[in-house]
Design a binder for this molecule. Structure first.
Ligand SMILES: [Zn+2]
Length: 176
């Protein structure tokens, strides 16, 4: 006596849905886990802090320029009056023992475009296998991470030399 009722198609349909939901939850948990791991990694944490430091210095430089009509010659000009916390001049990954700013500063000229590199932080290397990275702050107010390739750094010194020949201030990155 085969009186077993046919399984309604509907309940069969919810199975893939449940599976999907389970996969979704698993993926979400994995992503959150990875995020927590990334936040706890000193290199990533340093990167985030450095990024906010640069944004703060950039804003202070703009305030200075608005008031004086031009950008300061060096970062010491904004240390006292324009920065709430002068510690932002130090990258958290800079291990040198002094209180000099960790950032390389290029003074923007009145004709410098929005992509002019104002600040460079060279203190970011994720591991010994990966190429060193640097954070740059552009005049338009954007902070971005750039990986430094070996060939790129060679070109760099060349650009440095050629700009030096023109009798200009050292702008290794110059206008983009
Ligand atoms: Zn940094």
């Amino acid at each position: 006596m085969e009186s077993r009722p046919q399984t309604p198609i509907k309940s069969g349909c919810s199975r893939p849905f449940k599976a999907c939901l389970a996969v979704l939850i698993l993926v979400t948990v994995t992503v959150i886990g990875l995020l927590i791991y990334a936040i706890r990694t000193p290199a990533i944490r340093g990167l985030v802090r450095c990024q906010s430091n640069m944004a703060e210095i950039g804003a202070a430089l703009r305030r200075y320029a608005d008031l004086h009509g031009s950008y300061p010659d060096d970062l010491s000009a904004i240390r006292k009056e324009y920065l709430k916390n002068p510690n932002v001049l130090r990258c958290p990954l800079d291990t040198s023992v002094n209180d000099r700013p960790s950032y390389i500063y290029h003074q923007p000229k009145p004709n410098s475009g929005p992509n002019f590199v104002v600040l460079v932080c060279p203190h970011h290397r994720f591991s010994t296998e990966t190429p060193p990275a640097r954070l740059v702050y552009l005049k338009k107010g954007i902070v971005k991470l750039e990986l430094i390739e070996e060939t790129d750094s060679k070109q760099h010194t060349n650009t440095k030399k050629s700009t030096k020949n023109k009798g200009m201030r050292k702008h290794p990155l110059g206008e983009e």
